[in-house]
Design a protein around this ligand. Structure first.
Ligand code: ADP
Length: 309
């Protein structure tokens, strides 16, 4: 059942369209990734969901409420991309302060805060926030997003710019939160771990969603296996015959060596036949399955329209 529904969501800043008509829905308990390069519109989208930026068009519903409604705020935890903390406060006092703002009773808050900090392996809970590492600050900010025990978590770049160990902690913790039934929407500009924790993703570029679906669906729809076929053929007549074989791309043609790049096995067969007919020989065939990163770069570079996976 959808807990978060977005229809034609749009944000303009003057004449500039930061988010152009996004639509998607997220089921309860899902981990949904919003991915894309810097400037794609991810933060703006997440802030509209959290009720922090007013949309100029479209609608969003979180747990049945409009973003910004107090009843929705109680069920939502938002982790901003940059979260300046009160440097003079300690982690404990800062988190208690936020729990008070949400009206969480002190004993409940203390138990929740300590448990979350335990799970994130955060030490130095009574050290001033001005004196703790970037990774620790991020863990405190994540704990802050959880003080009201929300159903829906919106995390903007939760692990960006952190060391690999802290990143792992945060990704693992996010996975555990999802297993406990929380719905999580998070953004990422690099794809580290997106593949392992997201049920579904939306790929954004220049304000638009250009692909949506599970990682598998996107991979199948946009990133088939590529075959590299290497052949040697004597004489220019033979070369021409092979080059005109049913093959879209010939990469190189040097000293009788031909390299074809094709996306279908049938094309590999056609090249093999043409090479044999020209008395040449296939020297090597290699396959390459693109990484998610490569698929996204490809999508971002050439797709103005949304491609539904
Ligand atoms: P992302 O999170 O994918 O990096 P953002 O949502 O932060 O992208 O930004 C999308 C685009 O909107 C960017 O070109 C950014 O410069 C622009 N933008 C964001 N906020 C504002 C604002 N308050 N005023 C004007 N332009 C903005």
């Amino acid at each position: 059942m959808a807990i978060l529904e977005v229809e034609g969501l749009r944000k303009e800043y003057g004449n500039f369209v930061a988010v152009e008509g996004s639509s998607f829905s997220i089921d309860r308990g899902e981990v949904f990734g919003v991915v894309g390069p810097n400037g794609a519109g991810k933060t703006t989208t997440l802030k509209m969901l959290a009720g922090l930026v007013e949309p100029t068009g479209g609608t969003a519903r979180v747990a049945g409420y409009e973003p910004g409604e107090p009843a929705m705020q109680r069920r939502l935890g938002f982790l901003p991309e940059e979260s300046p903390l009160y440097e003079e406060m300690t982690a404990r006092s800062y988190l208690r302060f936020f729990a008070d703002l949400y009206g969480v009773p002190r004993e409940v808050a203390d138990e929740r805060i300590e448990r979350t900090l335990d799970r994130l392996d955060l030490e130095h809970r009574d050290r001033r926030l001005g004196n703790v590492s970037k990774g620790m600050k991020r863990k405190v900010a994540i704990t802050r997003a959880l003080v009201n025990d929300p159903d829906v978590l919106i995390f903007d770049e939760p692990a960006s710019g952190l060391d690999p160990l802290t990143t792992n902690y945060i990704i693992e913790f996010t996975r555990e939160l999802s297993e406990e039934g929380k719905t999580i929407v998070f953004s990422a500009h690099n794809l580290f771990h997106v593949e392992s924790i997201c049920d579904r993703i939306a790929v954004m570029n220049e304000g638009r969603i250009i692909a949506r679906g599970s990682v598998e669906e996107i991979r199948e729809a946009h990133g088939g296996t590529v075959y590299y076929v290497y052949a040697t053929v004597e004489g220019s007549h033979g070369l021409e015959a092979v080059e005109t074989a049913d093959s879209p791309v010939t990469v190189s043609r040097e000293n009788g060596h031909v390299e074809h790049v094709v996306e279908e096995m049938a094309h590999v067969e056609a090249i093999r036949e043409a090479v044999e007919a020209a008395d040449g020989r296939i020297t090597d065939i290699q396959t390459e399955t693109p990484t998610l990163e490569e698929i996204f770069l490809e999508l971002a570079s050439d797709s103005p329209e949304e491609a539904e996976a």
